[in-house]
Ligand binder design. Structure first.
Ligand code: C5P
Length: 224
């Protein structure tokens, strides 16, 4: 039916940052409010999909009709994603930390008037790239790209490198006051195998609806 175009589909969404613990009180994180990912989960549920939302640490309410799994670190997020398969569509909106602290100190690290400790990093799994080559690869795999320069060229390269079907790119450069990060609106480019489509600046909820509409169109059998 026209108003529930994703009925019968399972949509997986990751959202928010990840926190990579250093000791019991400290962590490494990316800047992410989770708003765009939560909006996509809400729009997919409104379109009739079964939605699993895997959320890093954010302070947002769970959209209605969405099953939410809360995680902290990238490795927990990767496990939750794999545990939620199979899915027809995966939209990876989370700002996953690329690196974690190589070691976790079980006790709070103390300042002792000596040299600051060195923080050694280890690489986190790339959840999107892993899903692209997974046995249960979702039919439509969508990544996000926050770029500060050469937005479209970098996003095209990212699409190829990560094996995603689409990359949704946004320009996060510019003054913090009107930054998309944490803000209510977004302007994105949808990069597919066929080309680039630019959506003008609009509320994150409208970006989410536009994206869900394109997802539904992609999954529909084409009528000749
Ligand atoms: O390489 P970059 O972090 O810019 O790629 C962004 C895209 O890859 C987003 O869709 C993000 O959710 C995903 N990603 C991931 N796992 C990582 C890093 C990024 O799924 N470790």
């Amino acid at each position: 039916p026209a108003h529930r175009p994703l009925y019968g589909r399972h949509v997986l969404v990751t959202a928010g940052p990840t926190h990579e613990p250093i000791d019991p009180v400290r962590y490494i994180a990316n800047r992410s409010s989770g708003k765009q990912g939560f909006a996509i989960a809400a729009a997919a549920a409104a379109a009739g999909a079964r939605v699993t939302l895997i959320a890093g640490p954010v302070t947002l309410e769970t959209p209605s009709g969405v099953e939410r799994i809360d995680v902290e670190s990238a490795r927990e997020m990767a496990d939750a994603v794999n545990g939620a398969l199979p899915a027809d569509v995966a939209v990876m909106v989370a700002a996953v930390a690329d690196w974690r602290s190589k070691d976790f100190a079980a006790q709070k690290m103390k300042k002792r008037g000596t040299a600051p400790p060195a923080l050694l990093l280890a690489e986190n799994p790339d959840i999107l790239a892993g899903l692209a080559v997974a046995r249960q690869r979702p039919r439509l795999l969508i990544g996000f790209a926050a770029e500060t320069e050469n937005v479209i060229a970098n996003a095209k390269a990212k699409r190829e490198r990560k094996g995603a079907d689409w990359i949704v790119a946004n320009d996060v450069s510019g003054p913090r006051e009107d930054s998309v990060m944490g803000g209510e609106s977004n302007a994105v480019h949808v990069i597919t195998a066929g080309g680039v489509e630019t959506l003008e600046q609009m509320p994150k909820s409208a970006v989410a609806r536009a994206l869900v509409e394109r997802i539904a169109r992609e999954l529909e059998p084409k009528d000749e």
